[in-house]
Design a binder for this molecule. Structure first.
Ligand code: ZN
Length: 231
């Protein structure tokens, strides 16, 4: 089973997470809206810690060892601006990240987890090859007919994910949500168990998108619905 973990927004509270990932020698995917980090003083004031404080631009280098995905230049939600404006957001976010990390950035994490056929088309035009949405199944059993491969990081243990029989799962969250010290203990244990268990493999979203190409037709369709698109 492939397990991709993805964390949004590039937050000051990501630092202990980066330490955990380093400790277990695993990689995760991070959604960054690069333009926002140039003006964090104003933005952080507005955010008032509710959605976590953004790291300054100089700290974006701490994600270098991980997969960095475009989160649009300014965290713009699909459907709220014109196609031209969205094109610029996708394009600018991508090239800014490619500049910062000196490598290609093909992954997209949709702000607020939403996209549309029109925005997917724009994402393809701007040379993105995969994207991640957000879907929280809430009280649904994970292996029900309506199972979603995108679940919240707090929802299941590694063993429960593996027992679901799914070919892969994407976990998403923000570190500002880890408000209880026990959350960090849980997260450390999650990464340790996943790193040690031969039945699963911790991957980036890009590796996940690639791995899902080999999964059976019906399951692939479900993965595509929730986890992005393939050209
Ligand atoms: Zn976000």
């Amino acid at each position: 089973m492939l397990i991709a973990t993805s964390w949004d927004d590039g937050l000051v509270s990501d630092r202990p997470l980066l330490d955990i990932l380093e400790k277990h020698s695993v990689r995760a995917s991070f959604a960054i809206s690069p333009d926002r980090h140039q003006a964090i003083e104003v933005l952080n004031d507005e955010r008032d810690k509710k959605y976590g404080w953004l790291v300054p631009e100089s700290d974006l280098r701490f994600y270098q060892e991980h997969e960095v995905c475009n989160h649009t230049a300014n965290h713009v939600e699909s459907g709220t601006v014109s196609d031209v404006a969205m094109f610029m957001e996708l394009h600018q976010g991508k090239i800014m990240l490619e500049d910062i990390y000196c490598r290609g950035v093909e992954g997209l994490i949709w702000p607020y987890g939403v996209c549309s056929p029109a925005s997917i088309s724009l994402a393809k035009t701007t040379r993105h090859t995969y994207g991640r949405l957000t879907h929280l199944p809430k009280a649904q059993p994970i292996n029900s007919f309506n199972l979603s491969p995108v679940v919240h990081w707090k929802a299941y243990t590694v063993g429960e994910l593996i027992d679901s029989g799914m070919p892969g799962v994407v976990l998403c969250g923000h570190t500002y949500e880890l408000t209880d010290p026990n959350d960090w203990v849980w997260l450390d244990r999650f990464y340790r168990e996943a790193a040690e268990d031969d039945r699963c493999q911790l991957v980036t979203l890009g590796e996940y998108a690639e791995g899902m190409r080999d999964v059976g037709e019906g399951e692939v369709q479900l993965q595509y619905d929730w986890c992005g698109y393939h050209s």
